[in-house]
Design a protein around this ligand. Structure first.
Ligand code: UDP
Length: 372
């Protein structure tokens, strides 16, 4: 029937990128999604106050990959936004990742100055040191700082975010936010950063706007129909694809509590982290991203929780030995013309640029070995 058509399951970033690449090479693609909107978890929309809301939490595009940047630029312009994260530590609003500026903001000047000298003697300037690495020191002052940062920045935030302490989660997760031997207050150091000027949903709309791409929303996949397609690209979770026959792959989910406030600004920055206080991890204030003008402001308090089948959405794979083993067990059974990709499909904590890079690599792989 549609044997010349590719089926892409999931209309999030990974799905739409692979769809566009296939279409560009002259292949037909059907993209389906069970949700009633495109763009997956990067979905955003303008609310009644003309504020662009990131429904599934703040998304800031950043990359060093020229190919990825060229790809997205074809579908949207970006502003020149450089993301910063403020955290409330000991009642003081300061910068995350913890850097030399943070040091001076939270500690008495003489102590900060002494510690700065020692930091510069022990670490190369501009290096990013993971907290679990940073703790391995002998000097008393640096030990004090490591303990301070561990407790004030990582311990409670990570416990709220993952339900586990920093030692219990994969090192790569806490390493995303290092101790930064620098005065650079930005959250990311990538060459290219920004927010799509008309939002992510519009960007995705453009990626999908190709005569060889068809999109069907509110549509579940039906494996009985797989033989009708040339290839299947699944960006959903692999355990679901196999009917959970080896068990459920764990994820963390997030619950956003949205509030509209009758003031121009609610907080001093787009994201404020609360590593020591409250049950939420952070508060997003959306109007900062595109400089939206409104007398009101919309914020979202982010509460982390376990993913529960049928109750909430999957946001973060929980990377550890046991879960990776389970993923690999499923992976061995992937049929010949089926490919998995994306945060859920690969069970990897991809940033947006990495999700695009992965889709590009998969496309190249398929085209170069001619496997279908
Ligand atoms: N993290 C933390 N305190 C912070 C910010 C981050 O402990 O103030 C840790 C936490 O474990 C988190 C991880 O670093 O899950 C990665 O943070 P990132 O901001 O990259 O998370 P995302 O924005 O992807 O949720």
């Amino acid at each position: 029937m549609m044997i010349n058509t590719n089926l892409v399951i999931g209309c999030g970033l990974s799905g739409v990128v692979i769809a566009r690449l296939l279409a560009r090479s002259g292949e037909k693609v059907l993209v389906i999604d069970r949700k009633n909107h495109i763009a997956g978890n990067i979905y955003d929309y303008k609310d009644e106050n003309e504020i662009c809301i990131h429904k599934y939490g703040s998304h800031i595009f950043h990359t060093n990959n020229e190919n990825v940047w060229q790809f997205v630029k074809e579908f949207t312009d970006f502003n020149t936004y450089m993301h910063k994260v403020i955290a409330l530590i000991d009642g003081i609003e300061t910068t995350i990742p913890f850097n030399i500026n943070t040091l001076y903001e939270v500690l008495p000047q003489s102590l900060a100055s002494r510690i700065e000298d020692k930091l510069l003697k022990n670490f190369e300037y501009n290096t990013r040191v993971p907290i679990l690495e940073f703790q391995k020191q002998n000097d008393e002052d640096l030990k004090f700082l490591a303990k301070y940062v561990y407790e004030k920045v990582f311990l409670h935030y990570t416990t709220k975010q993952w339900g586990k302490s920093p030692e219990e989660i994969d090192n790569s997760v806490t390493a995303r936010v290092p101790v930064y031997i620098s005065r650079d207050d930005r959250y990311f150091q990538d060459k290219y950063q920004g927010i799509p000027l008309n939002g992510y949903t519009k960007m995705v709309e453009k990626i999908l706007d190709h005569p060889l791409i068809e999109v069907k929303l509110n549509t579940e996949y039906n494996s009985a129909e797989f033989s009708d397609f040339k290839r299947i690209f699944c960006t959903g979770s692999i355990d679901e694809f196999f009917n959970y026959k080896y068990g459920i792959l764990p994820y963390r989910s997030v619950n956003f509590k949205f509030e509209t406030h009758n003031c121009e600004f609610y907080q001093s920055n787009a994201v404020v982290n609360y590593p020591c206080n409250y049950d939420f991890t952070r508060i997003h204030e959306y109007k900062y991203y595109l400089n939206d003008r409104s007398k009101k402001t919309v914020i979202a308090k982010e509460y982390s929780q376990d993913f529960k089948l049928g109750k909430n959405d999957r946001y973060y794979p929980i990377i550890n030995e046991e879960n990776t083993k389970l993923y690999e067990k499923y992976k061995k059974e992937i049929p010949q013309n089926v490919y998995f990709l994306g945060r859920l499909g690969d069970y990897k904590y991809y940033n947006m640029d990495k999700a695009i890079e992965r889709a590009m690599e998969l496309f190249e792989e398929i085209k170069s070995n001619g496997k279908s």
